[in-house]
Write a protein that binds this ligand. Structure first.
Ligand code: NA7
Length: 535
């Protein structure tokens, strides 16, 4: 699309599910919109993260838009947990169906956003020199889109190929006959390791922290279950939106100790056999608040690791002991622990023998050298704040978001930021975002933003900024809710721990989707209490 010369209503950043829906929703209201995307097509995280084994960990029937019932019904998912390729096909289908690409400039990375206080307009520029002026700026930049790539000593000397799960070659990469090293055992590592092990001559996994992962038990969707949902798909959606994670409810009792030892063990076993992420850690409502309850779930998984992994030393290294289960994002896998029984797989426990350096053909640790042809980084992201800070946003009085957030992100509802009028952060820090079904969170945010913009147009307002006091209260509430849980006990990207120098702060709302959505609705119904609306 040609970039408009005249000021438009809204500029949207990102062509993931957030940006796509924002374009559709605002355009349907008759607004003029233009959107930028760094990649060459739609899909966001599903465009970039195309490593072997990449898969959604929310059930397909719930990981989709619900804004159009016809769309819900016409798209058929083939598996319980969709592959990256299938989710990307879905994103493309949506883009085609609603003509969304018409409003996008692709291969355009936003590198500057400046607020003009006199005109009440944002000026947004890209690395390639595009420039748009717009009343509203909608950052749909995703929570996990700025990669974290650790700089290992000697990495530049490595003569083999260096790959990143987050930017896997689109044309694929033939691992056959190769000696591969994977650094990182978060979700991306845990999903890709079994696949890489099947293809490579040898795989060496460099693990810094053992992580909890549960069997996905991926399979075709049971036809009776699908038929039941499709009989009233929107009703099903309304039902799951009443649950904390905006997915199907798994909790069976308030406390792990409401059941006898035998009953509890049987319940964990049942969930383990059925699979899925929302199982074992949320089976009991107190799993993430009561350390003893959490330890029951953690010990169950630890026993499973000991049963599956044949070599006791490898099993022990794979056993997480430094954080409560699910306080680092729980992973879903297919054959992860069993992969370490393969003769072509070696686990290197970096807690015992840290990486010293990389040479032309190997990774060298404190006591061994591991020859490699390919090095894969599955080392995560500068989560939540990284993508927003990278846009170089300057608000009222020229203040930089980077500076304002130097001690951690401060937002109102995870949606807006004091000092940055008319800026909206879809699934921003301080909202449920990564803790819940992301597509549900995206739709709720975009709908709220669209309703506010409609209200401003009706009432002739051109500037919206949260009051400092309202923002501080929200930041405080997010912190207080987090402190009632076990989440702050883990060193994780939820807390900013994975990036050197990043301030420690729990970055998501843990009070659950329904409470959050209700709060947003009440604020809107009260004429946007907490927001300063001016003309
Ligand atoms: P994660 O979950 O942040 O995992 C990154 C992994 O990389 C984790 O095991 C890290 O160990 C490890 N890591 C990071 N830096 C290093 C260095 N320097 N040396 C060794 N190991 C390192 O990212 P993912 O991409 O797997 O998953 C992110 C989300 O994407 C996921 O939760 C899903 O929502 C989708 P650490 O634990 O920090 O010791």
């Amino acid at each position: 699309m040609t970039i408009p010369d005249k000021a438009i209503d809204a500029v949207i950043v990102g062509a993931g599910f957030g940006g796509m829906y924002a374009v559709h929703r605002l355009r349907s209201m008759g607004l003029s919109v233009h959107a930028f995307e760094a990649a060459d097509d739609v899909g966001g995280t599903w465009w970039w993260n195309c490593y072997p084994g990449a898969r959604c960990d929310v059930e397909s029937l719930d990981y989709c838009y619900a804004f159009d019932e016809a769309l819900l019904h016409e798209w058929k998912w083939s598996e319980r947990f969709a592959t990256q390729a299938e989710v990307l096909r879905y994103a493309n289908h949506v883009a085609d169906r609603y003509g969304l690409r018409d409003n996008f400039t692709f291969n355009a990375r936003v590198n500057g956003c400046i607020w003009d206080e006199d005109a009440h307009l944002w000026t947004v520029t890209t690395e390639s020199g595009d420039r748009v002026r717009a009343r509203f700026l909608i950052a749909a930049t995703g929570c996990l889109s700025k990669p974290h790539r650790p700089d290992l000593p000697g990495l530049d000397d490595f003569a083999g190929n260096v790959l990143f799960t987050q930017a896997w070659p689109k044309e694929g990469y033939d691992l056959a006959g190769k000696r591969v090293g994977v650094i990182g055992t978060g979700s991306s590592g845990i999903q890709s390791i079994p696949e890489i092990a099947r293809r490579a001559a040898h795989l060496t996994v460099f693990q810094r922290t053992a992580n909890f992962t549960l069997p996905a038990v991926n399979r075709p969707i049971f036809p009776e279950y699908e038929a039941e949902i499709r009989a009233d798909y929107l009703g099903h959606r309304r039902t799951i939106l009443q649950n904390k994670a905006a997915t199907v409810k798994q909790t069976i009792a308030e406390s792990a100790f409401d059941l006898s030892d035998e009953e509890r063990e049987a319940a964990y076993e049942d969930k383990w056999q059925r699979g899925g992420a929302g199982g074992i850690p949320v089976l009991f409502a107190d799993s993430l608040t009561n350390p003893a309850s959490n330890e029951e779930a953690a010990n169950f998984v630890r026993r499973k690791i000991a049963e599956i992994v044949e070599d006791p030393e490898t099993a022990e290294s794979l056993t997480p002991r430094d954080h409560p289960i699910a306080t680092k994002r729980i992973c879903l896998d297919t054959d992860y622990y069993a992969t370490f029984n393969r003769p072509n797989v070696t686990l290197v426990d970096l807690k015992k023998t840290p990486i010293e350096r990389v040479s032309a053909g190997a990774i060298i640790t404190a006591n061994a050298e591991y020859p490699l042809d390919v090095l894969v980084f599955a080392t995560g992201f500068d989560a939540m704040t990284g993508p927003l800070r990278a846009m170089n946003v300057r608000g009222s009085g020229g203040q930089a978001l980077e500076q304002v957030w130097a001690d951690g992100p401060r937002t109102w509802l995870g949606l807006m930021v004091a000092g940055f009028p008319n800026l909206f952060t879809v699934t921003g820090p301080g909202s449920p975002s990564v803790i819940v079904n992301m597509i549900a969170a995206i739709e709720q945010h975009v709908n709220w933003i669209a309703d506010l913009i409609a209200h401003m147009r009706e009432t002739g307002q051109t500037r919206a900024e949260p009051q400092e006091q309202a923002q501080e209260e929200w930041v405080d509430e997010v912190r207080r809710v987090a402190e009632t849980t076990l989440y702050p006990l883990a060193r994780s990207w939820y807390n900013g721990d994975n990036i050197d120098g990043k301030p420690r702060m729990f970055m998501a709302w843990l009070g659950g989707y329904p409470v959050y959505a209700q709060r947003c609705d009440e604020i809107a119904a009260a004429g946007y209490a907490g927001l300063e609306l001016t003309a």
